[in-house]
Design a binder for this molecule. Structure first.
Ligand code: ADP
Ligand code: GLC
Length: 477
């Protein structure tokens, strides 16, 4: 199959969260399976180009959006033939991947349209156009209107993968001219338009041939009022086309046997390296290492999705009462940054908060922590809990979305389970799960069993990419 992907993030080029990990891995696995996969993303100024070798694909490509014209250049990574870049400094040279400037919609419309125009230039007829999140969700409609004349796309089927329903790309209807819809404006959702709004995600949900999201539980959740963020009626109307495909893990990047960011490699057979990583991590973060004191790790965007509002009601008492340490890596909303900064001020020997984004440190925390905390309010899939399982780091999670699908509650009598899962998103739930985890940590045999159960889980992309292949072929038939 010819597969055209379009995304705002992709590892190793541009990342704010799990979308980048998914788009960095899935195309590689599909390509290995024999498909021709080409993924387009913006060449942000943040992309570290120092080690990249670019090949020119199209020298000058003018993308017209209403009265605006953007001159772009299309490049490809010579060492990773799946990655295509749209170079347009006026749009993508802004120091950050996302923003809230009035032309935010034009940044991702340009990306979307440039991908189709470049396909035309390359004579690349996609069987599948794989769109990710709101940034590329207008593509199914764009394909059916602006590009309908071109036979190149005659058999192209579209799949919209929803990584997070709470980011929908909602804009004022003032942007209408930028959509180049000409005589097809009636295809926009009319009620919303009358209210003066245009919602990118909604048009993906209406017009994509297939809709997927990143875990089976989240696929059910977003069809309910509680988690649908207003999109649930539209998803329910297309229920038979909505599927949940759990994300995979790129074990070539996230494995304690080979991880290039950790000092001591280890495996399920010999965990001694894990303790050394813990010691190294604590030392580098300026915390004392005392054998037997459990270390809790957090690596996260600090957004309300992640449920850290529960922290002030649980952690201070726990830290005061028990020998336990906490390392937090994250950035985002300032009130949540302050939650962790104040915890560090109150417990300087037990807590370190590193405010920022650091991929090496994320790996070191996965390897060096005993427990990984993800109290997410909602979680479409979540990757860190799956990374944690592979690193023998026991996840403590809220039972929601992909967390519910990938972490099983520890059950002492049978010795089964991989972590600690709380049902109700409140301080009682979190306190129970964390205290039970810390209690279990004191029993080395039980802990080793828990670690072994988690490390034996296989959430590799090899299996998940095959599910996408089946989905793609079903769309084509
Ligand atoms: P989300 O996509 O909602 O942020 P995921 O669990 O799917 O959540 O993926 C998060 C990814 O981003 C993981 O690879 C995680 O390690 C990484 N990450 C999040 N915050 C940071 C940070 N501050 N520094 C480094 N990596 C981070
Ligand atoms: C989103 C979700 C996260 C998911 C990631 C990759 O950012 O918040 O749960 O793992 O996308 O699909």
């Amino acid at each position: 199959m010819n597969i055209l992907g379009v995304s705002s993030e992709m590892v190793p080029y541009a990342k704010t969260g799990g979308l980048a990990d998914v788009v960095g891995a899935l195309p590689r696995y599909l390509q290995r399976a024999g498909h021709d996969v080409r993924v387009f993303l913006p060449l942000y100024d943040k992309v570290d180009t120092s080690a990249l070798r670019f090949e020119k694909v199209v020298d000058e490509l003018d993308v017209r959006l209403g009265s605006h014209t953007y001159r772009t250049k299309i490049l490809r990574d010579a060492d990773n033939k799946t990655a295509y870049f749209v170079h347009c400094p006026v749009l993508f040279g802004r120091g950050s991947i996302y923003g809230n400037a009035p032309d935010e919609h034009r940044r991702f419309l340009t990306l979307s349209i440039a991908a189709l125009m470049t396909s035309q230039r390359m004579g690349f007829a996609p069987d599948i156009l794989h769109c990710h999140d709101w940034q590329t969700a207008m593509l199914p409609l764009i394909l059916k209107t602006q590009f309908a004349w071109d036979k190149l796309f005659a058999s192209t089927r579209t799949l919209l993968t929803i990584h997070n329903m709470n980011y929908q790309g909602g804009f004022s209807s003032d942007i209408l001219p930028d959509l180049n819809l000409g005589g097809s404006e009636h295809l926009l959702h009319q009620d919303l338009l009358r209210q003066g709004r245009i919602n990118f995600m909604l048009h993906g949900v209406i017009y994509a041939d297939g809709i997927s999201t990143v875990s089976p539980t989240y696929a059910r959740e977003i069809q309910t009022e509680e988690h649908g963020a207003g999109m649930d009626p539209f998803l329910r109307a297309r229920s038979s086309t909505v599927v949940g495909v759990l994300n995979g893990v790129d074990y070539e990047v996230w494995s304690p046997e080979t991880d290039k960011h950790i000092a001591h490699h280890y495996s399920a057979d010999d965990l001694s390296g894990k303790e050394k990583n813990k010691q190294a991590l604590l030392t580098s973060m300026g915390l004392p290492y005392v054998k037997g004191v459990p270390l809790v790790g957090i690596v996260s965007r600090l957004a309300s999705q992640k449920g850290f509002e529960l922290i002030p009601g649980v952690l201070p008492a726990l830290l005061a009462k028990r020998d336990v340490q906490l390392i937090v890596l994250g950035n985002g909303e300032s009130r949540l940054e302050e939650t962790f900064a104040s915890l560090q001020r109150a417990f300087p020997k037990q807590v370190v908060f590193y405010r920022g984004f650091s991929n090496p440190l994320a790996h070191m925390i996965e390897a060096g922590s005993d427990i990984f905390l993800m109290p997410s309010r909602y979680e479409p899939c979540g990757l860190n809990q799956m990374y944690s399982l592979r690193y023998g780091t026991v996840p403590v999670v809220h039972r929601t979305g992909g967390l519910a699908d990938t972490v099983q509650q520890w059950h002492p009598p049978s010795g089964t389970g991989t972590g600690f899962v709380f049902d109700h998103h409140d301080t009682h739930g979190l306190r129970w799960a964390l205290s039970t985890a810390l209690q279990t940590y004191r029993d080395p045999a039980a802990w080793r069993q828990l670690q072994a159960n988690g490390m034996a889980k296989d959430y590799s992309w090899a299996a998940q990419a095959r599910i996408y292949e089946t989905l793609f072929s079903r769309l084509g038939s």
